[in-house]
Design a protein around this ligand. Structure first.
Ligand SMILES: [Zn+2]
Length: 344
């Protein structure tokens, strides 16, 4: 059960439609300039939402090891039950990583979610409306498996009411715009389908730019009185031209300079279905297929697309789930504490 704290802000939400998943009406809203935003929603209180997983079966408590970097390390051996260690942000919108044997099949809440990589690592993510409990199962072969249940902490999200928008910016009807939005959606879906062999999350994540948070992740938006998709980005207000850094290594899954709503858009595939997104960019310094490293400049902050204020809208997906990038930073830092040197 979630409690929404209702607050009326000026419009600071991102222009772009919420990404992928079920097709949506090509709604869009103009964005207020960050500099004149009279009320700024506070950043989410993240610390209490980052908790070690609560193991309920099949395993003992994971000891906290010395702080350090995660590395592929020795490949775990197959045993019964399978080794399975997880750590990260077990919270709505959170990211966690787990380790088991290479190639084990992953089942999350009864759904097939790919396979562990060649070093036994895999990523899991919890969406905004995740229930309070989640089951992670790994299967190496019939009869050789492991399962653990985790508590997923609930969060509170604000309601963001925006009234008086021009109807065309909320529900476009111009056939040319509608057609372009459909093409853009296909383009983005091509990027989201990327599954690069990468382990960028082993390094943890850094902020792509540092600045004032002008729009929080997960806010429920009500546009002209109509409930719309939540805002699945963290908006960071910074001047146009500010360099954007890759928060972790990966492969550029999409580099589009001019989408209708997103403007310049870059997608980085960090591996295991974890893809981060950068919207409204004024300049792109990377090309599709290029491998990037943590801290590498991928382009610059802008207000391209349907935005009227310069800022970075930073988003993240794990497969079909929208994640909070700021929780990925905390979750992976947590994992680095708990899983460093892990040899399940
Ligand atoms: Zn945004």
């Amino acid at each position: 059960m979630r409690t929404f704290a209702i607050a009326a802000f000026a419009l600071v939400a991102c222009a772009a439609p919420e990404t992928q998943g079920a097709p949506q009406a090509p709604g869009a809203v103009a964005e207020a300039p960050a500099a004149v935003t009279p009320t700024i929603p506070p950043p989410p209180i993240l610390e209490p939402t980052v908790a070690p997983p609560l193991a309920r079966e099949n395993t003992s408590t994971i000891p906290v090891r010395a702080r350090g970097a995660l590395s592929p390390g020795p490949v775990p051996a197959i045993a019964t039950p399978l080794p399975l260690e997880c750590a990260g942000a077990f919270a709505q919108g959170g990211t966690a990583i787990c380790r088991t044997v290479p190639g084990a099949s992953i089942v999350l809440d009864g759904q097939d979610r790919g396979k562990a990589d060649a070093n036994g690592w895999f990523v899991v993510g919890f969406d905004r409306d995740s229930p309070a409990s989640s089951r992670i199962e790994v299967i190496a072969s019939e009869g050789v498996n492991a399962a653990r249940d985790f508590t997923v902490l609930p969060r509170e999200f604000s309601i963001q009411r925006v009234d008086g928008l021009p109807p065309q910016t909320v529900t476009p009807t111009d056939p040319a715009v509608v057609a372009r939005l459909a093409r853009d959606r296909d383009t983005k879906n091509r990027g989201f389908a990327s599954r690069a062999p990468a382990e960028g999350w082993l390094d943890g994540f850094i902020w792509p730019v540092e600045g004032r948070i002008s729009g929080s992740w997960g806010n429920q938006r009500v546009l002209n009185g109509e409930p719309r998709s939540p805002h699945y980005g963290v908006d960071i207000a910074m001047p146009e031209g500010t360099p954007i850094l890759a928060p972790a290594g990966g492969v550029i899954a999409l580099a589009e300079p001019d989408l209708y709503l997103e403007g310049g858009l870059v997608l980085i595939d960090h591996g295991q279905g974890l893809i981060s997104m950068y919207l409204h960019m004024s300049r792109l310094d990377v090309r599709e297929g290029e491998r990037v490293t943590q801290g590498q400049v991928i382009g610059a902050v802008g207000k391209a697309g349907r935005a009227t204020g310069a800022h970075l809208c930073w988003r993240m997906k794990w497969r079909d789930r929208n994640l909070d990038p700021s929780l990925a930073i905390l979750g992976l830092a947590q994992a680095r504490v708990q899983l460093a040197g892990a040899t399940p």
